[in-house]
Every structure is written in C-alpha cells, then in structure tokens.
Design a protein. Structure first.
Length: 120
C-alpha cells in the first residue's frame, strides 16, 4: 500500500514528494520560466514562436502590436533565458531556448489554445 502525505486538500505521493525535495535547483529554473511567462503578451509570443524562429517584424505582424511592445517583452524573455536570439544581417531571430520550455508551451497550447494560437 502506498501512503501519501496530505497537504491541505492535495495528496502528494512519496515519489513526487522526494522529487520536489531533491531537485531544488530544478524548481528555481521552473519558477524563473513561469515568472517570465507570466504576462499575456509573453505567452502569446511563446505560443506564436513555438518551435520556429521569427524576427521582430514577423512577430509584430502576427501579434498585431507595436515593435516597441514586442521588443520590450522579448528582452524580458531573453534575460530570463527562456528565449535566445541570433543575428542574421540586420535582423535578429528569436527562438525558444530549451526543449523543456517547449513542452510547457505545448501543454499550454493543448489546454488553453485553439488552432495553436493563444485565445484572447
């Protein structure tokens, strides 16, 4: 019989409890990623970029917002290392940095999005 720990209304199984306690550095990374994703436009940026690579001009057109707004939020995602960029000529192309972040984005798409784009 598997015993679990009850915290409030949640029941935590022993293997999950140990995974949480044993990997504090992973929790810090997850918290940083979720914090960086914690704005509607940043979520739309991540869902729009997905597993592709797009420049600011493309993102401005796809998201129907200003270049300043897109750039400001891209910088937050860059500083948190959720996204990375590469320069090609005069353009910067942005992509999601880690496969694990893509898994989170895909889960968000599956739960909250229709046709791969975040609902407004």
């Amino acid at each position: 019989m598997i015993r679990s720990i009850i915290i409030g209304q949640a029941r935590i199984l022993p293997d999950v409890q140990h995974a949480i306690l044993d990997h504090a550095e992973d929790l810090e990374l997850v918290a940083a990623v979720l914090k960086a994703m914690g704005h509607p436009l940043r979520l739309r940026l991540l869902c729009t970029v997905g597993d592709s690579e797009l420049c600011v001009n493309e993102l401005v057109l796809l998201l129907n917002t200003t270049q300043t707004n897109v750039s400001q939020h891209l910088n937050i995602l860059l500083r948190s290392r959720v996204m990375v960029r590469r320069r090609l000529g005069v353009r910067h192309y942005y992509r999601v940095n880690h496969h694990r972040t893509m898994v989170i984005i895909q889960n968000i798409r599956d739960v909250f999005c229709s046709h791969g784009n975040l609902r407004r």
